[in-house]
Design a protein around this ligand. Structure first.
Ligand code: ATP
Ligand code: MG
Ligand code: MG
Length: 380
């Protein structure tokens, strides 16, 4: 039996484990928590800190290749593992994705336009910020997700206040861009340099968290889809990336395509691949790290993915309730994925629902029926 290791025990790790097991691999999950979504389904769950050198050594000994499922895995852990084992993605590529300043420099180097920006490493840098970057969004360089660690700033006074509020840590200030819509692209790259991209995803966020993904992207023409896929491939190649990478883009009101950020792993917006593509993003991650062929992924059905946040488990008065899964599962093309988390909290990712159809209209109509049953907004 070949064995694959995963750093991190969240839902992305869980779905990776499922895909790896379907291909006959054993999986070992390293995660400090007592119980975790991925640890619960893996062959073994090692409970240790990500920087526990002994635990990492044991993991390397037991696994043929190792990956990570969360963005902020310490680069040092990946470096230690890479001394004796295949680690995909590698520490250097992950480190670029973990730091918005380095990430933006990589976009520039790849020739892919991003929002005009400035790097702020201390209060002294505030004065040098050009007026053209305001109004803007101040983002911590590290550790932000789901819109956390960000402040919208209209002028210099707000910028200074926001920089203080964020703790004067290294930040990137981006010009606020007029967005028409948001996209993302999954790209998979093998150690031998072969690259595959998935069809473009059109994403809708609510309160900074992904809410709906639609594929094919309804408002994006073929030329822009090709441009997004080529840009994502160039970004991955320039990193020497191995594994699945997700690149987020904005389409601006004037029609320009601009890269936003990237995540060094399978991505929430890529969950549609589980039911709408012949190779899911998790299987692709397995293939990339195990040196298997990265066949061109095919979208076999139009799909709408609905994120299922913990909010669904509460009624308007804040009382806990059980969502109507039986009703949802009666809808044609509705594929439910729950992550096995026992405690529902507002904003917590509990699962997702892929609704596939013979046509985009059918997928959308049935997704709206699911929204009505679950109490989700049916407009996107
Ligand atoms: P994720 O959970 O996707 O990792 P994040 O916290 O890393 O999110 P970003 O993707 O950088 O944050 O930004 C969150 C959202 O804020 C974007 O999806 C977009 O809607 C909006 N946004 C970010 N940057 C800009 C910008 N420069 N101009 C306009 N809107 C922006
Ligand atoms: Mg992010
Ligand atoms: Mg984002």
């Amino acid at each position: 039996h070949a064995t694959l290791g995963v750093l991190g025990g969240g839902q992305l790790g869980r779905m990776f484990v499922h895909a790896a097991q379907a291909l006959g691999y054993r999986c070992v999950v390293l995660d400090p928590d007592e119980s975790s979504p991925a640890g619960a389904v893996a062959h073994d769950h090692v409970r240790a800190d990500y920087l526990d050198a002994q635990a990492l050594e044991d993991l390397a000994r037991r696994c043929d290749a190792i990956t990570t499922e969360f963005e902020n895995v310490p680069a040092r852990a990946l470096e230690q593992l890479a001394r004796t084992r295949v680690v995909a993605p590698g520490a250097a590529a992950v480190a670029v994705c973990q730091d918005r300043a380095r990430e933006k420099a990589h976009f520039d180097a790849s020739g892919v336009p991003c929002a005009p920006y400035a790097v702020l490493r201390g209060t002294a840098d505030l004065a040098a910020v050009p007026d053209t970057l305001l109004p803007g969004i101040l983002k911590t360089a590290r550790l932000g997700y789901d819109g956390k660690g960000q402040r919208r700033v209209a002028d210099r006074a707000q910028l200074t206040a926001a920089f203080d509020e964020l703790g004067r840590v290294d930040c990137v200030l981006e010009q606020m861009l007029p967005l028409a819509l948001e996209l993302s692209v999954l790209v998979a790259r093998g150690a031998d340099g072969q690259v595959q991209t998935y069809p473009v995803q059109q994403n809708l966020h609510r309160d900074g968290i992904l809410a709906v993904t639609e594929v094919p992207a309804p408002q994006v023409d073929a030329a822009m889809q090709a441009q997004a896929r080529q840009s994502a491939a160039a970004i991955a190649a320039g990193l020497g990336y191995v594994g699945v990478l997700c690149v987020e883009f904005f389409v601006l009101k004037d029609g320009r395509l601009v890269v936003n950020e990237m995540a060094p792993r399978p991505h929430n917006s890529g969950h549609y691949t589980m039911d709408a593509c012949d190779v899911s993003q998790f299987e692709m991650q397995v293939r990339a790290m195990a040196g298997l062929p990265l066949r061109e992924p095919r979208l076999h059905s139009p799909v709408v993915m609905l994120n299922l946040l913990g909010d669904l488990w509460f009624d308007a008065d804040g009382r806990e309730r059980a969502p109507d899964w039986a009703g949802v599962l009666a809808i044609p093309g509705a594929e439910l994925h729950l992550y096995g988390k026992t405690e529902a909290r507002h904003g917590r990712k509990m699962g997702h629902l892929n609704v596939i159809g013979a046509s985009a209209d059918e997928a959308r109509d049935n997704a709206r029926r699911a929204c009505a049953l679950l109490g989700l907004p049916a407009t996107w």
